[in-house]
Design a protein around this ligand. Structure first.
Ligand SMILES: Nc1ncnc2c1ncn2[C@@H]1O[C@H](COP(=O)(O)OP(=O)(O)OP(=O)(O)O)[C@@H](O)[C@H]1O
Ligand SMILES: [Mg+2]
Length: 350
């Protein structure tokens, strides 16, 4: 049984870092662990101290049970077409400019491609733990809603209306009647634009059954996955975290924890300066103490309001680019609910 952990949260809060850190921790417990990201900034590679990161999981050179992969959203869409369409249709789709544009601009496209690949890795049963660093596009929640959005896109009413009916008959009708008409329209417009659009729509439509079946599979895997929400104590990401607590239970599991990352330790609340300190130093310490108190209050409020399991990960003054520092970030002091995430010594398969 593969444990799946989805790390979500607003942009820039430290999702990739935390996903990498949790994966290192998991591997060091003896669990075969894969960490997956779609972060085009290659931050996962940096965080893991790797030069490159490919779309196929690769073993980490320094950590025997750790694998990592960085998904390419465009390439994954091609894989989606390959999986759900006849080979010639898949080939046509992959080269169709509208398919390429849709894979780049459909709001949930990155999320869909990421979710699809992540689910493939989970189903491969090659790892004990798959940690997925969800993409921040669309506020992150669309990673979870992407399967049904994709099914809506491919099987949507407009598309059904344009391309509906039994596909083979439609294709014949299209070839005999619509194509010549479109050619005329195209010649007026000075291009074969319309023909390319309807060819794309028809081809896309043939993937519907596969996509909707796959969507249900993806939703099942996601509903069984554990989720954690990463945030900082700043108002905007906290708002996002609240949204995850409200919306995730409908599409996935209730978050197992909210991780307040880059936190100032509580010890700062009581910080004081020795007698004789300069006024500048006294003021600085006072500011940091107030900030630590503010962060503490935000966490307490979050916990009491949303019944959340609040965990803090301290702000690290040193760059987080080696495995030991990463592992230490979520180690003993952070108090993550490892057992309920399915990442504990007991989860090691024999
Ligand atoms: N606990 C921490 N202490 C100090 N720096 C941190 C900590 N966590 C993350 N960072 C730094 O914050 C920056 C953003 O982190 P990261 O890339 O993990 O965020 P993200 O949520 O994945 O961002 P995006 O939404 O853009 O993908 C990075 O430079 C990372 O090294
Ligand atoms: Mg990231």
């Amino acid at each position: 049984m593969t444990t799946t952990l989805l790390v979500t949260g607003a942009g820039g809060v430290g999702k990739t870092t935390i996903a990498a850190a949790m994966a290192v921790h998991s591997a060091r417990l003896g669990l075969r662990t894969l960490v997956v990201t779609v972060d085009p900034a290659r931050r996962l590679a940096t965080a893991l101290g790797l030069d490159t990161l490919g779309t196929e999981p690769q073993p980490h050179t320094e950590e025997p049970l750790l694998w990592a992969a960085m998904l390419d959203a465009g390439a994954s869409w091609k894989a989606v077409a390959k999986r759900h369409a006849d080979p010639d249709v898949a080939e046509r789709l992959a080269n169709n400019e509208f398919f390429i544009a849709a894979s780049q601009h459909f709001p949930a496209s990155q999320s869909y491609a990421a979710a699809d690949s992540a689910v493939t890795f989970v189903q491969a049963k090659a790892w004990d733990v798959v940690v997925v660093d969800t993409p921040p596009s669309g506020g992150g929640i669309d990673f979870f809603t992407a399967p049904s959005e994709m099914a809506d896109l491919v099987g949507g009413r407009l598309l059904r209306w344009i391309t509906g009916g039994p596909i083979p008959g439609r294709r014949l009708f299209y070839d005999r009647a619509a194509r010549p008409m479109l050619r005329v329209a195209g010649s007026i417009l000075g291009s074969d634009l319309l023909e390319r659009v309807s060819e794309f729509l028809l081809d896309l439509r043939t993937t519907y059954d596969g996509v909707s079946r796959r969507g249900r599979e993806m939703e099942r895997v996601m509903s069984q996955a554990a989720t954690v929400v990463v945030t900082t104590a700043d108002p905007a990401p906290v708002q996002e975290a609240v949204r995850f607590y409200r919306e995730l239970p409908a599409v996935a599991s209730t978050p197992a924890a909210v991780i307040f990352n880059r936190a100032l330790p509580d010890i700062w609340i009581e910080a004081s300066t020795p007698d004789g300190s300069s006024p500048e130093l006294r003021q600085l310490v006072e500011w940091w103490s107030l900030e630590a108190q503010r962060q503490h209050d935000v966490r307490r409020e979050f916990s009491s309001r949303h019944g959340a399991n609040v965990v803090t990960v301290p702000w690290s003054p040193t760059p987080l680019t080696d495995l030991d520092r990463l592992a230490a970030l979520v180690g003993r002091d952070a108090d993550l609910p490892w057992e309920s995430l399915g990442i504990g010594p007991d989860s090691v398969s024999t």
